[in-house]
Design a protein around this ligand. Structure first.
Ligand SMILES: [Zn+2]
Length: 261
């Protein structure tokens, strides 16, 4: 794994793994005659190199061992079961400026995705509705009507700024998969059977909208704020420099130094 690129599931920090940051153990399982034959387990652990995080990602796998001609275990060739132990789901870290109820629904949807796709999809639909209501201000009794109104607003240019055609296309695309479209026409609290792929598609849609709506809006706001601060600092420097020539504080970095007094 040395040199492998890895993204920490706790902090989202992208990094290249070095030898001292990961650990892999493979062990044969000896339980006598059983339906699987010779099995093995693998434990992997990766330490995040981001000093502000410092978390350890742990995975456990049970499967068929890969043995060489001398009978030595050389890893795991087919996984029967297993996955993340810590953190327990594949949920991606989401920033605090996304409303907490949305983040909680998303996290829960990820945690139960494999255990109960239909419960996961129910939480995802509720999260999607909450997001449309919060971000666009649209509120109808049925999710499908909210999506249709959002589409109309995007088409006629009256949608909340930041809601792109692409993001609404993504919602429509997910609606067209399997039974999800029909689910969106029902009350969001009605639990309907879905398969794991449909639950996954809804989770990925939520991740995309978190990014395209909330994260993009925050980035725009931060840039605007930084431009405002630069402008205010310039104004302040300009108004104070003629009166106290020679003693005026040096402008902050990023300021032009070509202005002659
Ligand atoms: Zn981390």
């Amino acid at each position: 794994m040395d040199g492998t690129n890895w993204t920490c599931p706790f902090c989202g920090h992208y990094q290249t793994l070095t030898e001292n940051k990961f650990d892999i153990h493979d062990h044969g399982i000896f339980v006598g005659k059983n339906k699987h034959g010779q099995t093995t387990y693998r434990v992997t652990a990766i330490g995040c190199s981001n000093p502000e995080c410092g978390e350890v990602n742990v995975q456990f796998f049970f499967g068929y061992g890969n043995y060489d001609e001398l009978g030595n275990l050389r890893g795991i060739k087919e996984v029967i079961a297993g996955g993340n132990i810590f953190p327990e789901s594949s949920a991606k870290p989401q920033p605090n400026f996304i409303p907490e109820p949305l983040r909680v629904d998303y996290l829960e949807a990820c945690r139960i995705q494999n255990l109960s796709p239909k419960a996961s999809a129910t939480l995802s639909r509720r999260c999607l509705q909450g997001m449309i209501r919060d971000f666009s201000g649209i509120k109808r009794s049925r999710l499908i009507d909210e999506i249709k109104m959002l589409r109309n607003q995007v088409d006629d240019g009256s949608a909340e700024s930041g809601i792109t055609v692409e993001s609404v296309d993504a919602i429509d695309h997910v609606r067209s998969i399997g039974n999800i479209g029909a689910h969106m026409e029902k009350d969001i609290n009605v639990i309907i059977d879905v398969d794991p792929e449909e639950a996954q598609a809804l989770i990925e849609l939520i991740e995309l909208l978190f990014d395209e709506w909330y994260v993009a809006r925050k980035t725009r706001q931060d840039r605007l704020e930084s431009v405002k601060q630069i402008a205010a600092a310039k104004k302040k420097a300009k108004s104070s420099s003629p009166a106290s020539e020679g003693e005026a504080p040096e402008p902050d970095e990023g300021e032009g130094s070509t202005e002659a007094a």
